[in-house]
Design a binder for this molecule. Structure first.
Ligand code: BTN
Length: 315
């Protein structure tokens, strides 16, 4: 019944509706409406109530399990939290309790210890971003796990494009850019079967700055946001796209799409390899998602290095 009340409030967002009107439409009592409205407020919806009337705040964008689940095109166990340490950490713990082949979505309104690649942290303040981990079971071996990362980057761009009508691009390997700023990052972690060498499960974590503005000073010149988006829609759209790619694992299809969106292709980049820093020209992304570059006439294959298009500086 909570969802039905929410549907009516959304239809009238910004307009006061009487409890009795809602009660009539749903054939329940006014008292029951009040109790459902209270539950919605507990879920985080901003609803003003006065003199038997209630009104949903127009800019209310709450992460809600039902709103996400109803948009998913295949079965997932969906978990929504207000605050966690890291959705990837929570997702990995859930793999055991949910059973072997369950696909899982874990999303949080904020993270206290969001993790990025290379042991970095991911800034995850409340209500302005998406902190999401998707657990899937693609039929791949450990060496192919980087392809899940490239598929996730394409899925993120396609989801943003569809939901926000904006055209993001990819900085190899795992960063999503919009307006020359990083708006999302992806961290994948695999659970490998020691006997077969195949992946039991892969956890794809993505952090998206939906309308985050107050970045810490060290991020302020690099990080940007999408300028707003309905978060539940974006969560579901990303999950659906990722599932689609991991289901068929049509490598060619997603890598072609990745190459089209990757803005370092054909450009000079600064490469950080351990303590070494050098300039190289990007020639291609191979079928394993690796970056093929040329340095002083020599071909090099990059797998895990950090690249930056700002020559002399790595961002
Ligand atoms: C990066 O930019 O280096 C990757 C950032 C990945 C952040 C996401 S937020 C959801 C998930 N949980 C985490 O702790 N990290 C990923």
């Amino acid at each position: 019944m909570k969802d039905e009340v929410l549907r009516i409030l959304k239809r009238n967002a910004g307009v006061a509706v009487s409890f009795c009107e809602i009660a009539d439409e749903l054939s329940i009592t006014c008292k029951e409406v009040v109790s459902e409205v209270r539950k919605l407020m507990d879920d985080g919806y901003v609803i003003a109530c006065e003199n038997q009337y209630c009104m949903l705040e127009t800019k209310c964008d709450v992460l809600n399990r039902e709103e996400i689940t109803k948009r998913l095109l295949c079965p997932f166990a969906v978990y929504v939290y207000d605050e966690v340490d890291s959705t990837n950490t929570v997702a990995k713990k859930l793999i055991d309790s949910c059973g072997d082949k369950t696909n899982i979505v874990v999303v949080a309104n904020s993270q206290t210890a969001g993790r990025g690649r290379r042991g970095r942290s991911f800034y995850s303040p409340p209500s302005t971003g998406i902190y999401l981990s998707v657990v899937l079971h693609p039929n791949i071996c450990a060496e192919q796990s980087v392809l899940v990362l490239t598929a996730a980057a394409v899925a993120a761009c396609e989801a943003i494009e569809r939901v926000c009508r904006k055209s993001p691009s990819i900085k190899w390997l795992n960063d999503i850019f919009f307006n020359e700023k990083k708006v999302a990052g992806i961290l994948t972690e695999g659970v490998v079967d020691a006997n077969s060498g195949r992946m039991n499960a892969v956890v794809v974590g993505i952090g998206i700055n939906v309308n985050t503005t107050d970045f810490p000073s060290e991020l302020s010149s690099i990080a940007g946001n999408l300028g707003g988006a309905p978060r539940c829609e974006l969560v579901a759209e990303f999950t659906n796209e990722l599932f689609k790619y991991c289901q068929t694992f049509s490598l060619k299809k997603h890598l072609d799409e990745y190459r089209k969106r990757c803005f370092v292709l054909g450009r000079e980049v600064a490469v950080m390899r351990g303590d070494d820093k050098f300039i190289a020209k990007v020639l291609n992304i191979d079928n394993l998602g690796r970056l093929v570059v040329e340095k002083n006439g020599e071909l090099l294959i990059l797998t895990n290095e950090e690249v930056s298009i700002r020559t002399g500086e790595c961002k």
